[in-house]
Design a protein around this ligand. Structure first.
Ligand code: MSP
Length: 514
């Protein structure tokens, strides 16, 4: 059974921002980890291209919606490739295959008697593409997320009979393995406990959407269409668009990774839609937190949006990946602070890991003929660094499947700190001057280099580029096959040649604000 994971399908109303980059980097780390761990992975990302928000954005740019979508979708694709994202599928909801899938799905839901006509009145936020809970009497209500006025709507629509799934959804969200992390569950449980109301799945005033078969003038509500994009992506394996094939293509998803603002859609509406269509439910929905910048919400009005293009160009992928994954507990909100970012990257990556490798390799080359030093049995599994490596490996292997990027990154860093400590305590540079100490120095340098090899390997899912450079500097294979076996202590071969050292991580020197 493949491991299927998804990012949200991002709205193409604007260029990619740091929020979407954050989710995508986290999913990339998870996808890489599962592949290294021997799983067949389907990593899905893509874009959500319909709806009123996008229609209006295109109008404002004086482009046709399709031209606008082509341009922004292209910039997402391009950005992910420059960040080194390893997605297996990139789905666009304007793909003609998606239309076929939506029609099939709708036919099933209709067949279950879950499509009914009704009248929708309420306050709508075009930014969220969502009806809000404000009462009909509210005066000039606005969206707390977008800080824009809500629009009053009163229209005849088709509804999905969500109320029919009340008890099944209650049971689902009561489970402890469905919504992650634990602190996000209560909010959803409260929402469900209030009683689920049917929700409208068609629009009569939005032309930029997929037509509803048999209902002239209606287009599908963007969320109905967007969630189905996950299924279209899975079926994009060269075979036909047929819901019957889903289970052999990797459905149900192991995890949908999303921001906390769209949890309700994924943990309540989506499972009910799937039940109605007779399809299995995703195993987990993980709602991560929001990023702020220096304590403030990022937004156009404050002019403080962090541009992922600029971050990448100025700082490189490893630095940003490290900061976001190592500093923020995935699930919690996080604050991007430039000084802390620079300090962590320089201390952890350039000094603790980069310098460790550089100076150890230089000493080994100088005293042991440009090669990995010989070692005695003293560097066996009971050596303090072998024990430290074992702890790091165990922590990474147990934290990553539950999206514990921070504990995993910290464990790798602890190993590098232990290796630095060993080097400082044993001071090979002074002992090498004493006669007869060569074997001990060989042992110490070997142990530190071996710990560094394991650091390099463990970094592979988190910082793939730095990992490759570390392993290259050690003259070892960067072939990911047999990753877990390679994590055993003692893999570095004495006598193997060590390439000329060059810094694996540049220090960040940022004089300007990003
Ligand atoms: N199109 C829908 C998703 C449909 S999924 C079938 C959508 N798109 S979005 O582009 O608006 O948002 C995508 C993701 O970015 C959401 O998960 C949202 O939580 C996340 N973020 C937006 N701003 C963010 C931050 N400032 N910080 C972290 N993530 C944030 O919603």
């Amino acid at each position: 059974m493949p491991y299927t994971l998804t990012t949200p399908l991002y709205y193409v109303n604007d260029r990619p921002h740091l929020g979407s980059t954050y989710t995508t980097l986290a999913c990339d780390a998870l996808a890489r980890f599962q592949r290294l761990n021997g799983k067949a992975v389907v990593f899905i990302t893509g874009v959500d291209e319909h709806g009123q928000k996008i229609q209006r954005t295109a109008e404002a740019r004086q482009l046709s919606p399709q031209q606008h979508c082509d341009a922004i979708s292209g910039s997402y694709r391009d950005l992910w490739s420059r960040w080194g994202i390893s997605q297996d599928r990139f789905v666009r909801t304007t793909d003609p295959r998606h239309l076929q899938l939506v029609d099939q799905f709708f036919a099933r839901v209709k067949g279950s008697g879950d499509v009914i006509s009704g009248r929708q009145t309420g306050w709508y936020c075009v930014g969220c593409e969502e009806y809000k809970d404000d009462s009909a009497e509210a005066v000039d209500p606005s969206c707390p997320i977008h800080q824009k006025p809500l629009e009053w709507r009163d229209e005849e629509n088709l509804f999905f009979r969500l109320s029919h799934y009340q008890s099944q959804i209650e049971e689902l969200v009561a489970r402890d393995d469905f919504i992650q992390p634990a602190n996000r569950r209560q909010e959803v449980r409260n929402f469900v406990a209030q009683g689920l109301r049917d929700f409208s799945i068609s629009r009569v005033n939005v032309s930029w959407g997929l037509p509803v078969p048999g209902h002239e003038g209606h287009t599908f509500y963007v969320w109905f269409d967007a969630l189905l994009g996950y299924l279209t992506a899975l079926l994009d394996d060269g075979g036909p668009v047929a819901l019957e094939r889903l289970e052999q293509c990797g459905w149900p998803a192991s995890v949908h990774v999303i921001g906390k603002d769209i949890l309700r859609f994924h943990a309540v509406f989506w499972p009910a839609m799937l039940m109605s269509a007779g399809l299995p439910l995703p195993k987990t929905v993980f709602g991560h937190g929001f990023l702020t910048r220096e304590g403030l919400k990022m937004g156009k009005s404050l002019g403080n949006v962090l541009d992922p293009e600029r971050l990448l160009e100025r700082c490189g992928s490893d630095a940003v990946r490290w900061y976001l994954l190592r500093d923020i507990q995935f699930g919690d909100d996080g604050d991007f602070q430039q000084q802390r970012f620079v300090d962590l990257v320089n201390n952890d990556l350039a000094n603790t890991i980069g310098n460790l490798l550089n100076r150890t390799s230089s000493m080994a080359r100088k005293w042991f003929a440009d090669a990995v030093p010989p070692h005695t049995d003293a560097v066996g599994p009971h050596h303090p660094l072998a024990v430290a490596a074992n702890t790091a490996v165990t922590t990474v292997l147990t934290s990553m499947p539950s999206l514990g990027f921070k504990p995993a990154a910290e464990a790798v860093l602890q190993l590098a700190i232990a290796a630095n400590g060993h080097l400082n305590d044993t001071a090979p540079w002074s002992r090498m001057k004493q006669p007869g100490k060569e074997a001990e120095v060989g042992d110490d340098l070997y142990a530190v280099l071996e710990a560094t090899r394991i650091v390099g390997l463990l970094l592979s899912p988190l910082l793939p580029e730095l990992s490759t450079r570390i392993l290259e500097q050690l003259g070892t294979s960067i072939n990911p096959d047999g990753w877990t076996e390679k994590l055993s202590w003692g893999g570095l071969v004495s006598g193997a040649s060590l390439p000329k050292p060059s810094p694996v991580m540049q220090r960040l020197e940022l004089e300007e604000s990003l």
